[in-house]
Design a protein around this ligand. Structure first.
Ligand code: SF4
Length: 250
C-alpha cells in the first residue's frame, strides 16, 4: 500500500487546479482493452488526428478481433499506412495477437480483468513492444485500475514541479522512475492527474517553451530545469532545498 507521507505536499492543490481547467478529458482512449492496446500501438510517433483516423481504418478493415487475428502482417499494414511505421506497427500487432491467442485461446484481453494489477501488468509487459507506460494505459483506461502511466508529458511536468528527479543521463524515464513517480501519486488521483498532465503538456507546459504565465500551476511549481529565458511568465516559487536541484533537468 502507498505511504501517504511520501506524496508531494501540493499534490491535491495541483490536481484540483488541473481538474478545474481540463475536467479529466480522457483523450479519446478506449474501454475495450485489446482496442486500447492496438490504439496505442497505432499512435506511436503519429499526431493525434492521424492515429485516430488510422485506428478507425484498421477497425473498418477488420471489424472483429477474430478478423484481425487471422490477418497476415502485410494485410494489417495497409489500413494503417497513413500513420507511418506501418511495417513495424503491423508486425507488432501480429505478434501481440499471436501471444494473446496462445495464452487465452482467443484474441481478447478480458481475462486480465480477474488478475491483480501486478499480474496483469506482468502479462502485458511480456507482450512484444509493450512497456510499463503502455501496459498501465490499458489498465487505467480499459480496466479502471488505479495506476499512473508516465508518458512524456507526465514525466516532464512532474520533474518541473519538483515531484521527481531524473536518474538517467539522457533524461528519459526509466522503469524504476515510473514506479517511483506512481508511488508518489495517491491512487484516487492517478487517472485525473494522468489525463490532465497530458492536456497541460499539450496546451501550456510544452517541452521547449512552457507558457508559465498562462499556467494554472504557477503557485506550486518549482520549475526545475526550466530556463527562465525560454519560459514566459513570473519567476518560479522559492526552492525549499536549492542544493538538491537537479541541474541536468531540461
Ligand atoms: S509553471 Fe511553467 S514549468 Fe510549471 S507546470 Fe506550469 S508551464 Fe510547466
Amino acid at each position: 500500500m502507498a505511504n501517504p507521507s511520501r506524496y508531494p505536499a501540493n499534490i491535491r492543490q495541483v490536481a484540483a487546479a488541473l481538474a478545474a481547467r481540463y475536467a479529466d478529458f480522457d483523450h479519446h482512449n478506449l474501454k475495450d482493452p485489446l482496442d486500447e492496446l492496438l490504439f496505442i500501438i497505432c499512435s506511436t510517433k503519429t499526431a493525434e488526428t492521424g492515429y485516430r483516423a488510422t485506428f478507425d481504418k484498421l477497425k473498418r478493415s477488420f471489424p472483429t478481433p477474430r478478423d484481425l487475428a487471422e490477418a497476415p502482417a502485410e494485410y494489417i499494414a495497409k489500413p494503417i499506412a497513413s500513420g507511418g511505421l506501418s511495417g513495424q506497427k503491423s508486425r507488432a500487432i501480429r505478434a501481440i495477437l499471436d501471444a494473446v491467442n496462445d495464452r487465452f485461446g482467443a484474441p481478447t484481453l478480458e481475462p486480465l480483468r480477474g488478475m491483480s494489477d501486478r499480474d496483469a501488468e506482468a502479462f502485458l509487459t511480456a507482450l512484444p513492444n509493450v512497456g510499463k507506460k503502455v501496459a498501465r494505459c490499458v489498465l487505467l483506461y480499459a480496466f479502471g485500475r488505479r495506476v499512473f502511466p508516465v508518458d512524456t508529458h507526465c514525466w516532464r511536468i512532474a520533474r518541473r514541479l519538483g515531484w521527481v528527479r531524473r536518474t538517467q543521463k539522457d533524461g528519459h524515464c526509466a522503469p524504476r522512475d515510473a514506479d517511483r513517480l506512481q508511488a508518489k501519486i495517491p491512487p484516487e488521483l492517478r487517472f485525473s492527474l494522468h489525463v490532465n498532465f497530458i492536456s497541460l503538456g499539450r496546451e501550456i507546459c510544452a517541452a521547449g517553451k512552457p507558457n508559465c504565465a498562462a499556467c494554472p500551476l504557477t503557485a506550486w511549481c518549482r520549475r526545475v530545469g526550466v530556463n527562465p529565458r525560454a519560459s514566459r511568465g513570473s519567476p518560479p516559487v522559492r526552492q525549499p532545498q536549492p542544493g538538491k536541484r537537479d541541474a541536468r533537468d531540461g
